[in-house]
Design a protein around this ligand. Sequence first.
Ligand code: SF4
Ligand code: SF4
Length: 186
Amino acid sequence: MNNKSYLGGIIEAVKSLSIGMKTSLKVFFEKHETEQYPENRSTLHFSDRNRFCLEMPHNDKNEHKCIACGLCQMACPNDSITVTSEMVTTEDGKKKRQLVKYEYNIGQCMFCNLCVQACPHGAIRFNQEFENAVFDKNKLLMQLNQPGSKVEEKPKPAPAAKPAAPAAAAPKAEAPATTETTKKEE
Ligand code: SF4
Ligand code: SF4
């Protein structure tokens, strides 16, 4: 190896290093697009349209909106939903289907949203819970209706107001006195 090629190699290395450093410095001062997970867990923000896990919202009385019609189960292309229901008799003697268990298998779900779209009552939705990894695959099977929950009672419609009695017929206006007089027969 002669001196010229030795020096040339050093110059090439310094040149290459400076190009790399220039790129690093440029990126270092640019606005960062990546986020440090999980350190940023509390500030992490996802689009509302993300679909992470199916859920059945309950109100503060432990009521949900599911009427156990099974449409979501029928819409699901890969059997990720199992709706178990029973028939009960209501206080007014009517037969009514009631939800017993709503099972969702997130391990099978492909997050297509067809179940949510099929539900006529808006009883299910996707939430933003994204940390769903578990060591036991049995934990991927979830029950979405809470223990002891029941379907939300719709407020009963107020009894229809009695139709108002027809207003008394207004007395017919008397025909204005005519000035015409019957011609007396002469
Ligand atoms: S998102 Fe799709 S795959 Fe998942 S439960 Fe709903 S219908 Fe089934
Ligand atoms: S979640 Fe909706 S579509 Fe599914 S069983 Fe309940 S009411 Fe029916």
